[in-house]
Ligand binder design. Sequence first.
Ligand code: GAR
Length: 195
Amino acid sequence: MKRVAILISGGGSNMVALAESMTGDHPARPVLVASNDPVAGGLAKAASMGIPTAAVDHRPFKGDRAAFEAELLRPILAAEPDILCLAGFMRVLTPDFVGRFSGRMLNIHPSLLPKYPGLHTHQRALDSGDSEAGCTVHEVTPALDDGPILGQARVPVLPGDTAAMLAARVLVQEHRLYPAVLRRYAAGDRTPVRL
Ligand code: GAR
């Protein structure tokens, strides 16, 4: 059985989708949900699901990423994860941290990468006049929102869409895509998932 730690910064809806998927014959189980925000809504949700939680506030470190990550690593290493899933984790990780989990860290990003790495993905898709949008799960490498693509899900952009409307439509697909990719990945299969 693979052990999965999930890093979040916010509401944690992707974390919940992942955690709920890891039952029965699934080859993995959640062992930790950690956040850089002590009041992230997802922490309470994880606790209510019986998953151990940890919070390391990044703000006192005042931009010293290495010092922040050293603290964040403590609960993560203690949980002995085989796989690390970033699920709405909004801190950029150093190459050093990424290197520790090379080949076993996943991220979900709300665009059809390689389009729109970084922030404001939905507004950028609208501004470009794209006819479709979506989300990507990829393996994490030191470059931001880069790395081998493990799955993508597409949605249409509809007339009158706002960024919020598009984000909501994409999020529904994130909740399908990420569990589908994790199940495959935990079983050792890196064939991309297409939804
Ligand atoms: C999700 O849409 C995720 O793709 C995005 O943040 C949201 C988190 O929602 N991630 C990024 O933008 C990463 N740069 P959640 O906390 O409800 O899962």
